[in-house]
Design a binder for this molecule. Structure first.
Ligand SMILES: NC(=O)c1ccc[n+]([C@@H]2O[C@H](COP(=O)([O-])OP(=O)(O)OC[C@H]3O[C@@H](n4cnc5c(N)ncnc54)[C@H](OP(=O)(O)O)[C@@H]3O)[C@@H](O)[C@H]2O)c1
Length: 271
C-alpha cells in the first residue's frame, strides 16, 4: 500500500463514498481509503456489516465513517445518497456494487435482468452525475467505476452482466477525457478474478482460464487507487494485461467469444 503522505487525501478528500462496501472488494476499498486518511461513507444493504466495518475502521485509523444502508437498485438511491452527503466534502466516488447473474439468459426472470441493469449501470451513472457536480465546482476529485475483464467481449451465461461492465468501462473512459481538464480524475477498473468471500463462496469449478490471474482484493485495490489520475482504465495484474492483449488483438472475435463461453460453462457446469 502507498504510504499515507497526505497527497492522496489532499487530492481526493476529505470524504469518499464507496457504494457496495459491506464485504469483499468494497470493504477493502473503504479500509485502504481510511488508511490513507480519508473519511468514508459506506453504502450497502446489510446495515449490521456496515456498522461493524465503521466501528473497526474508525478505531484503527481515527477517521470518520458514515454507514448508509441503502439498496442501490432502487430508483431513488442515488438522490438519497446525494442528499445524505450534502453536508460533507465528497472528493471521491467508488462505485463497486454489482449484481452478477450467472446462468442461461432466457431462464432468468426479466425483472432480475432489469435489476442487474439498475444496480450496475443506472446507479453509477446517476451517482457520478450527482456527486461529480461539486467535484467540478471545486476543480478536484476522483471517480472509480468497477468494471471487469468481462467487459472486453460478450460471454455466454453472463451476457447481461458483461454488457453492464462494458457500459462502466466506456462511461468511465469518456468521463476521464471530459473531466480531467476540470480537475476530476476518472478510472475504470477492469479486474479479472478477485478472490473475494462471495466469489469463493460461489465455488466455481476449476478451469484453466477461469482461475487465471486471480488476485486478492488487497492487491486489486492498491493497484486501482495508485492508477487513479494516471490512465482512463486499468487491468490489475500483469498476467491479466497480457491475457487481455492476446484475447483482444490475437484471436478472431468469434473465437474469443466462444472460448469465454466454454470457460464459463466449465466453471458453472452448463452445456
Ligand atoms: N470477484 C470477482 O472475481 C470480480 C471480478 C471482476 C470484477 N468484479 C467486480 O468487482 C466488484 C466487487 O466484487 P465482489 O466480488 O467484492 O462483490 P460482492 O462480494 O458481491 O460485494 C458486492 C458489494 O456490493 C453490495 N451490493 C450489491 N448489491 C447491492 C445493492 N443492490 N445495493 C447496495 N449494495 C449492494 C454488497 O453488499 P450488500 O449485500 O450488503 O448490499 C457488497 O458490499 C463488482 O463490481 C464486481 O462486478 C469482481
Amino acid at each position: 500500500m502507498k504510504i499515507n503522505d497526505g497527497t492522496f487525501r489532499a487530492r481526493y478528500g476529505s470524504w469518499a463514498v464507496v457504494a457496495g462496501a459491506s464485504i469483499g472488494l468494497g470493504a477493502e476499498f473503504a479500509t485502504q481509503l481510511a488508511a490513507r486518511g480519508l473519511n468514508v461513507v459506506i453504502v450497502a444493504r446489510q446495515a449490521d456489516r456496515l456498522v461493524e466495518l465503521s466501528r473497526q475502521l474508525s478505531t484503527t485509523y481515527q477517521v470518520q465513517l458514515r454507514p448508509l444502508p441503502i439498496d442501490l437498485s432502487a430508483p431513488d438511491a442515488p438522490a438519497l445518497i446525494a442528499e445524505q452527503t450534502r453536508d460533507i466534502d465528497v472528493g471521491l466516488l467508488i462505485y463497486n456494487a454489482a449484481l452478477s447473474i450467472i446462468g442461461p439468459f432466457l431462464d432468468q426472470p426479466l425483472d432480475q435482468h432489469l435489476r442487474e441493469l439498475d444496480t450496475n449501470t443506472r446507479a453509477p451513472l446517476a451517482l457520478a452525475y450527482l456527486l461529480g457536480q461539486s467535484m467540478r465546482t471545486r476543480r478536484r476529485g476522483g471517480i472509480i467505476l468497477m468494471s471487469s475483464l468481462s467487459a472486453m467481449l460478450g460471454s455466454a451465461l453472463i451476457a447481461n452482466y458483461a454488457a453492464t461492465k462494458a457500459y462502466n468501462q466506456v462511461l468511465a473512459e469518456g468521463l476521464w477525457d471530459e473531466l480531467r481538464a476540470q480537475g476530476v480524475d476518472v478510472l475504470a477498473c477492469c479486474a479479472s478474478t478477485i478472490t473475494t468471500p462471495n466469489y469463493l463462496a460461489s465455488q466455481p469449478k476449476r478451469s484453466r482460464l477461469g482461475s487465471f490471474g486471480a488476485l486478492p482484493p488487497e492487491a486489486v485495490v492498491t493497484e486501482t487507487l495508485n492508477a487513479l489520475g494516471r490512465q482512463p482504465s486499468l487491468i490489475p495484474g500483469r498476467s491479466n494485461r497480457l491475457a487481455a492483449f492476446f484475447i483482444r488483438r490475437m484471436l478472431p472475435r468469434r473465437v474469443a467469444i466462444q472460448m469465454m463461453g466454454q470457460t464459463l460453462r466449465q466453471m458453472y457446469s452448463q452445456q
